[in-house]
Design a protein around this ligand. Structure first.
Ligand SMILES: [Zn+2]
Length: 165
């Protein structure tokens, strides 16, 4: 083998190793996320906060339609200064000065079979189908069909039946 070939070979090998490490890490993160159910309860609570903000700031009747929330608050990454009450509701560590938060990604449950595809679409600003059922009945704001968690119109998180394995 010539020296040039050796250099190319080593380069390709290094690339493959780096690629495998990056992919492995990403896979592990995703698997870890699947195990964290609170991620979904956070999302549902965050959706409730955003829905409230939407009707207060944009003067829309509560509950606002999902496409409205999605366009102006979730996908646009509009930042919100969280009040201590909101931080408490979202189970975030309360800080004295308040924190800005954007709500990208809150429409997706990590247990959605198309999670990765939808996440990729979301990150590229393409349209995607949210994981949650919006207004499935008269007292529910949103429901996750994968975790069987639901947030009611008054902001209470509830478990519905048993979760799919
Ligand atoms: Zn879920």
């Amino acid at each position: 083998m010539s020296n040039a070939m050796k250099v190319i070979g080593i380069g390709a090998l290094l690339f493959l190793v780096a690629f495998a490490i990056a992919t492995g890490r990403w896979w592990r993160d995703w698997q870890a996320q699947l195990k964290i159910e609170p991620a979904c309860s956070y999302n549902l609570k965050a959706l409730w906060v955003v829905a409230r903000l939407c009707s207060v700031k944009d003067k829309t009747p509560f509950p606002p339609p999902l496409p409205f929330i999605q366009r102006f608050w979730v996908d646009a990454g509009r930042e919100v200064l969280l009040t201590p009450d909101m931080q408490k509701f979202l189970d975030l560590p309360t800080v004295a000065e308040g924190i800005y938060m954007d709500f990208r990604g809150i429409l997706l449950c990590a247990r959605d079979p198309d999670y990765l595809l939808k996440m990729a679409k979301m990150e590229q600003g393409l349209p995607y189908e949210p994981s949650y059922r919006w207004l499935p009945d008269a007292r529910t704001l949103a429901e996750c069909p994968y975790c069987r968690l639901a947030i009611s119109l008054d902001g209470k998180l509830e478990r519905r039946g048993t979760a799919k394995p």
